[in-house]
Write a protein that binds this ligand. Structure first.
Ligand code: ATP
Length: 357
């Protein structure tokens, strides 16, 4: 994907209201030609409603959808040069793998020889040996194999954009990882535009060129995985990324602030100035926190009690108590393991970020 690539799909101030409820609220973004674009958000954030509008299964209440600059709001799904891969895959269970893949080709009037040749190519592309799979019934295929058949069939439509609605959510974790990589490779090798929906930010970050994070029908942030990881726009995005520490802070002017744990008010130094009285969240990743040795200093330090530890393979995760009902998560390399129960925890100012709540 070229960063300057022209938008293939433009979403302009799209809103969808069901009676009094607004599921998607004034959303705008553009998907670039040849990119892997992912919409991600928690349950109920409006991902499916947005995707249904993009593929034409739902009409926007207001706003415009443009494909290569042409408004397509009123174009029915079957007349759009796009294709959707559903979570349920929607394969024909009584047909063979070959006939499933050939379906889009045969309805376009291609000869049976042409259909077979293309189906064989697509099965090979999806790592399904055609000698073994072409005549196999889809009902005898495993979940992962069926997933590949559905992808081969979607590609047989030769769509300009492939839309995916959580296609991997019903698949076990190990196979999901394999298929995530295959999907990404497939997108690269075909050069097609993929627009993907998932509730898993991890999945989005692994596969996508760019990610849009939705909350309550609104896009909170759009960016590359690196941009989102490195500079989450607010506490919601940071929290959605996984286990992070978000400290409620109030500015005292300059870089001085207080952290109110509920039981204790702790003075802190911030990485940037914050106006007096302004409430924010301070983001500190678990791996940025460390136990200070005697005489060692850090940008901020706070005494803690170590409550428990978990092995994460090469790393150890600790839960530490700062005050009652206030814990932080710390991750250290195994070789830095501590057996202490009381410690002083520290972090450098540059390893913390002030975020809007
Ligand atoms: P999930 O991950 O659980 O599928 P989602 O992010 O895809 O969630 P949507 O299915 O788009 O969310 O739903 C967004 C909101 O719109 C939800 O609160 C849902 O209850 C509401 N909603 C969706 N469809 C309708 C409908 N036909 N009528 C009324 N409300 C609806």
């Amino acid at each position: 994907m070229v960063e300057s690539a022209a938008p293939i799909l433009e979403v302009v101030s799209i809103t969808n209201r069901f009676a009094k409820f607004t599921a998607v609220n004034d959303v705008s973004f553009a998907v670039r030609e040849g990119e892997f674009f992912t919409l991600v958000g928690p349950s109920g954030s409006g991902k499916t409603t947005l995707l249904r509008m993009l593929v034409g299964m739902e009409k926007p209440t207001t706003g415009e959808l443009r494909l290569r600059g042409k408004v397509i709001n009123d174009l029915p799904p079957n007349l759009r040069p796009t294709c959707m891969v559903f979570q349920s895959l929607a394969l024909f269970p009584h047909m063979t793998v070959g006939k499933n893949v050939e379906f889009p080709l045969s309805i376009r009037g291609q000869s049976s020889g042409e259909c077979r040749t293309r189906a064989w190519e697509l099965l090979k592309l999806l790592h399904l040996d055609p000698h073994r799979y072409y005549d196999k019934n889809v009902s005898q295929c495993s979940g992962g194999e069926r997933q590949r058949v559905a992808l081969a069939r979607a590609l047989a439509y030769d769509p300009e954009i492939l839309f995916f609605d959580e296609p991997l959510s019903a698949i076990d974790a190990r196979l999901r990882k394999v298929l995530q990589k295959e999907l990404k490779d497939l997108q690269r090798s075909t050069g097609k535009t993929f627009c993907y929906v998932t509730h898993s930010l991890e999945e989005a970050m692994v596969m996508s060129d760019r990610v849009a994070i939705l909350r309550a029908g609104v896009i909170e942030q759009i960016g590359t995985p690196d941009e989102i990881y490195g500079a989450p726009r607010n506490a919601f995005v940071a929290e959605f990324m996984g286990e992070v520490n978000l400290l409620p802070i109030t500015g005292l002017g300059g870089t001085a602030a207080t952290w109110d744990t509920g039981r204790k008010v702790i003075p802190l130094t911030l990485p940037a100035p914050l106006a007096a009285g302004t409430a924010r969240k301070l983001l500190i990743r678990p791996e940025s926190l460390r136990f200070l040795r005697a005489g060692e200093s850090a940008g901020n330090s706070v005494p803690v009690r170590i409550l428990n530890e978990f092995s994460l393979g090469s790393r150890i995760q600790y839960h530490v108590e700062v005050a009652s009902d206030c814990t932080l998560t710390v991750q250290r390399l195994r070789e830095e393991r501590t057996a202490a129960t009381e410690a002083v925890l520290g972090w450098e100012l540059a390893d913390s970020q002030i975020l809007e709540t």
